[in-house]
Structures are given as structure tokens and as C-alpha cells.
Write a protein that binds this ligand. Structure first.
Ligand code: PMP
Length: 365
């Protein structure tokens, strides 16, 4: 606490990112990074962009990148927004579409799951947006009917994190419809598709044509192996995209640098490479998920590039420490209902073989 902090900063409880250890030697399964490298075309594009042009500002509109994304998703470039990682896009979306408690009208709370990406409550707090966490079912699935109530907006990650469970497209569509004609006025339904590429038929971005209140948020960090480049984007109707631009241009017009724009375009264009990489991740996830129950672990069925697991008879903290001692880093959320679970990102085949070996030895202890 400092006397120089304003009231807002004093009351924040910031997000705590997963550990990025300085020294090597760990099997790093704690931040849902892709275990495989980015497409060689991405590296080539970044190297090519690292030249004299760096003295210039990047294109603030990210036109080439937005066009590539638009082409891939069957939308118009005006329906795409690009930002510095999807965290930034999410922060802008919260600022642009959800009413703050200090606004003129009494704001309705926004809804998101009680167990979900822990940045959502942080953004809500940052912008003074009232929110109501909606409990997941006992099996950790999202009960879509619970979100069909008057609200300032809804935020649904699909698949959810850290559980990995996903909703069907038809469930989501019923939610968009509800909030298009919600009695208190229409509100935005934000679907965070950070992990959608690892699921089956989950992506809803093309549905923006039918649902003017739908905003999908995407990242190149996971499915495009580019967590270090910091590029995320949103797809939604033109009014929503303009709303995001208004927030960005009241903050920093150049959030996506030249190298990131060049690399991101190459990544979007090299879909076949990433199809291959992500199929491998999915196959490994399915293999590991199938192997763990016989070793004494509960596994929540996942459509992400991670699994959420519990060692029967052990606490999450004990299991976490054991894995760490064995050189395996995973994520533990010390929160109600999931404190005994660990989120384990899917690594390479070899890394996950070692992980399974360690899990087997833990059961034997
Ligand atoms: N949404 C979800 C659900 C996530 O898990 C993450 C990664 N921590 C993000 C968004 C943010 O990803 P990035 O900022 O790297 O694009």
C-alpha cells in the first residue's frame, strides 16, 4: 500500500499470471502455451519486418492483419479488431460494452461463471462494472439457462478455463437470442474462444451476421503457438468493433507493433501448419485423459489444450508440490470448488509420458 496510490489502485486485486521460470529444466505445463513452435513462415515474416521500417509507427488500423482474419472467418475487415493479446481485447470490451456502477443509470451486473478465467473479475473491478458469478453445475459444466436473465452482458469462455468443458453452438445461440431481446434492453454476449481450436465445432464467429450482440474474442497465443508475440483479436458487428476502437484510441493507438502484425498475418495464412500441430495436441490430450483414471485421478473432460485433474486422496496443494519437486510445473488455483484440482497444459508426447510416469509414482507413494 502506498500513499501515492489513488483509491482505485488501492482496491484492485490484480491477476496473477502463471510462473515463467528463468532457469530451464522444468517441464512447463502451467500457462497453456502450445508445446510446438510457431510456423516457420511466421519467423520468416518477423525477420523480414525487422528492418528500416521500424522507425515508423505501425499501421494503427492493422489493416493487413484484419483482412487476413476476415478472409479466414468469412466476415469483413470492419468486423475485426486486433489488439495486444486477447487480454487487452477483453479489457477494451469490458470498458466498451458493460456499464459501470458509477454511470448515470443503475448498472445491471454482468454474468460469467464462478469458476472461469480469473481475469474477468479483475477487469470488472478495474472498470467498476458490477458482476454476478454464476455457479457451474456439480460436474463443472455451464448451465446455459442460468444466463438467461436480465444482465448488463454475459461473458462465456468456450471451452471454459480451467475446467476445459465446452458448450454446444446451439446452447450459445439460444443465449445470444435471449440477450438480443432482453427486457432491460439488448446486451453484449462475449464468447472468449481462446481454446476453441482444440474443441470440436465450437467456433461461433461466423454467426455475427445473425447476432448483432455477439462478440467473439480470439488469441494467437495458444492455437498459433505465439504467446510471446502478444496478438489477440475480436470479431463482431461493425458497431461493436467501432466501440473497441474508441476505447483503444482513448488509450494507445499503436497496441500491435509492426513485428507482431507481420508475424500474425503469416500465422493466420498458414492454417494447414497449425491444423497439424493442434491435431497432435488434441491426440495427446485425449490419450492422457484416457490414461489418468486408471492411475487414480479424476479428469474433467476437456476440449482445450489443458486438462483439469484431481489426485484422489490428496489435496491440490500436495499434488502441486509433488509435481514441482519432480520438475513439472502446473497451475493450482487455490479457490473454492477447484482447490483440489490442478490445471495441466498439454505438452509434447514425451513431456506427457514423463507426466504420466510421475502421476503413476505419486499414486504408489
Ligand atoms: N482468455 C482465456 C480464457 C485465457 O485462458 C487466456 C490466457 N491466459 C486469455 C484469454 C489471454 O490470452 P492472451 O492475452 O495471451 O491472448
Amino acid at each position: 500500500m502506498s500513499i501515492y496510490w489513488n483509491q482505485r489502485v488501492k482496491t484492485l486485486s490484480p491477476y496473477i499470471p502463471g510462473e515463467q521460470p528463468r532457469q530451464g529444466g522444468f517441464i512447463k505445463l502451467n500457462t497453456n502455451e502450445n508445446p510446438y513452435p510457431p510456423s516457420p513462415k511466421v519467423i520468416e515474416a518477423i525477420q523480414k519486418a525487422a528492418g528500416d521500417d521500424l522507425r515508423r509507427y505501425p499501421d494503427p488500423a492493422c489493416m493487413e492483419l484484419r483482412s487476413a482474419i476476415a478472409h479466414r472467418y468469412g466476415v469483413m475487415p470492419e468486423q475485426v479488431f486486433a489488439g495486444n493479446g486477447s487480454d487487452e481485447v477483453l479489457a477494451f470490451a469490458f470498458a466498451a460494452f458493460f456499464e459501470s456502477a458509477t454511470g448515470k443509470q443503475k448498472a445491471l451486473p454482468i454474468l460469467f461463471p464462478d469458476i472461469t478465467y480469473s481475469f474477468y473479475p479483475v477487469y470488472a473491478q478495474l472498470w467498476d462494472i458490477p458482476f454476478r458469478p454464476v455457479p457451474l453445475a456439480a460436474d463443472f459444466s455451464i448451465i446455459i439457462e442460468d444466463y438467461k436473465q436480465s444482465a448488463g452482458g454475459v461473458v462465456i469462455p468456450n471451452p471454459n478455463a480451467p475446467t476445459g468443458r465446452a458448450l454446444s453452438r446451439s446452447d450459445l445461440v439460444s443465449l445470444f437470442r435471449f440477450h438480443e431481446q432482453d427486457g432491460e434492453g439488448a446486451s453484449v454476449a462475449l464468447v472468449d474462444e481462446a481454446y476453441a481450436a482444440f474443441g470440436k465445432d465450437l467456433e461461433v464467429a461466423p454467426l455475427i451476421h445473425e447476432h448483432p450482440n455477439l462478440l467473439t474474442v480470439h488469441t494467437l497465443s495458444k492455437a498459433a503457438s505465439l504467446a510471446g508475440l502478444r496478438v489477440g483479436f475480436a470479431i463482431g458487428n461493425q458497431e461493436l468493433i467501432e466501440g473497441l476502437c474508441r476505447v483503444r484510441d482513448s488509450f494507445n493507438s499503436y497496441t500491435v507493433d509492426q513485428l507482431a502484425q507481420a508475424g500474425a498475418v503469416a500465422a493466420i495464412l498458414d492454417a494447414p501448419y497449425y491444423e497439424g500441430v493442434n491435431q497432435k495436441v488434441i491426440a495427446t490430450r485425449n490419450r492422457v485423459s484416457a490414461a489418468l483414471p486408471a492411475l487414480g485421478y479424476e479428469v474433467i473432460p476437456s476440449q482445450g489444450n489443458f486438462i483439469c485433474i484431481r489426485a484422489l486422496q490428496k489435496t491440490g496443494a500436495q499434488f502441486f508440490s509433488f509435481l514441482r519437486e519432480q520438475g513439472i510445473l502446473v497451475r493450482h488455483f487455490d479457490k473454492r470448488r477447484i482447490a483440489d484440482f490442478l490445471r495441466v497444459s498439454i505438452g509434447t508426447e514425451e513431456e506427457m509420458d514423463r507426466f504420466l510416469e510421475v502421476c503413476e509414482s505419486y499414486r504408489a507413494l
